[in-house]
Design a protein around this ligand. Sequence first.
Ligand code: NM2
Length: 548
Amino acid sequence: MNTKLIDWPTFIGALILLLLVTIPLILFPDAGKEVVNIANEFMTGHFGVLYLLTGLAAFAFLLFVAFSKNGQVKLGDEEDKKEFGTFSWAAMLFAAGIGSSILYWGMIEWAYYYQGPPFGIEAGSKQAIEWASSYGIFHWGPIAWAIYTLPALPIAYFYYVRKKPVLKISEATRPVLGRLVDGPIGVIVDVLFMFGLMGGAGTTLALGTPMIAQGVNDITGIPVTLGMKAVIMLVCTAIFAVSAYSGIRRGIKILSDINLWLAIFILLFIFLLGPTLFISETTFTSVGLIMDNFFKMATWLEPFANLSGFEETRFPESWTIFYWAWWVVYAPFVGLFVARISRGRTIREMILGTMIYGTIGCILFFGIMGNFGLYLQLSGGFDVIGFMNENGTPAAIIAILHQLPLANIIVALFTVLAIIFLATTFDSSSYILAAVVQKEVQSEPLRWNRLFWAFTLCLLPLVLMFVGDLETLQTASIVAGFPVIFIMGLLAWSFMKASNSDIRESRDYEPPTIHINRRDILDRIRRRKDSKRKRSALEAMEDKDIDE
Ligand code: NM2
């Protein structure tokens, strides 16, 4: 086992932080749950503005960069072609950044808004229905994708323009932090990033496992118990550990391809065999509603609720703030990945491509899956909400699928898709975690290191599931995301600093002018001719001497 390449301070720092948080939760589950809830309330209650501002600022910043001089810079050399065609580029970035949660929330998020709408609207009313089909798309829309793209800017810039491969997030903050990156501050930045990503993965696993368990129960009849969920977690871990172990070119790529085609198949199936017209019209209308209310949705925090006696909905805390935190914790990881696949594109193409294709992908999932459920509810075909309130969310998701033709096959495919979606997020997460704790990466991070992080990502949630419940873990992103917000600020600043100084330098650089003086040149030619003539005269004389 090669341990020389490991950056031990970062490796151990991340592990200690993780254990410091999880061991008390394991030893004192009830008190731990209480503390987590208090921490969440505190963060979302006091720093809601900060989370929402981060989203809006990332969005504005990226648009600014895309249309400024900095956006025209090409990632790579002048003659470099795009390394990946646009379709596979978009598919890969989607597979990396989106996991099984899109299946969970895409199917059912509307039902929560239907019952607990925003802006003080009455539950179940016509307006509540309109928001129900729109808010999910907003939470997975352009602001969310802007958060994802921001870290890709400095990373890609250093990678392709300054030709310094960046494997650590701390390295991408060097223009601002300077030599501090080489000391404890650099380690802290990387450890906080790793901790954030593990929090995000915790949220993903805590949502995905019960849904997959429900699917397995539906197919096999095995009752959903703690043990069964544990087996599912272990099987998923085994899949993504094998995938991470076999590396980017084989495991990760094969799973991503299967993922893409299976997702397209299921979406098409629901769209064509479900209420096609309702889905198209509702999705289209929702996009309009979001465009009309974009800034209202992006800034809504219900500040008057407690003072004026209006009932507090806690909608912003439970949804928008939670979501932005969740996207933030995954963002540096997605940035490393997006940067890696963007050679040959301009920064503008990378920004607009990620934001546009990412948003379109999410619109398709939410529009098709969510509006299918909404249609069942409104048409009276199936009382999704009644069923959900009685049997829980994962059961409601599977029950919605049962309303389709060939339901058993679709539920089976959906469950397989959820497993693969989970695996494709986790294999690349463990891959990146392994890369960050190495001093140097020779083509790929060490195998044992990749496996170590694959199991770490799963084992602690597994233990937490036994002692407490997965709900505590569902909100792990909120606390873990707080420090990452500041890292995001550093990353944006670093990019601007580096790229502006390069642009300034190239503007100030005047190519040295060569003054061509005709007389000098003529002189030089004459001198050369003279010396030639002298040389041949000398040679002629020498020849003569020899003859004589
Ligand atoms: N995001 C996109 O669980 C997952 O699907 C991973 C979740 C941040 C909401 C990403």
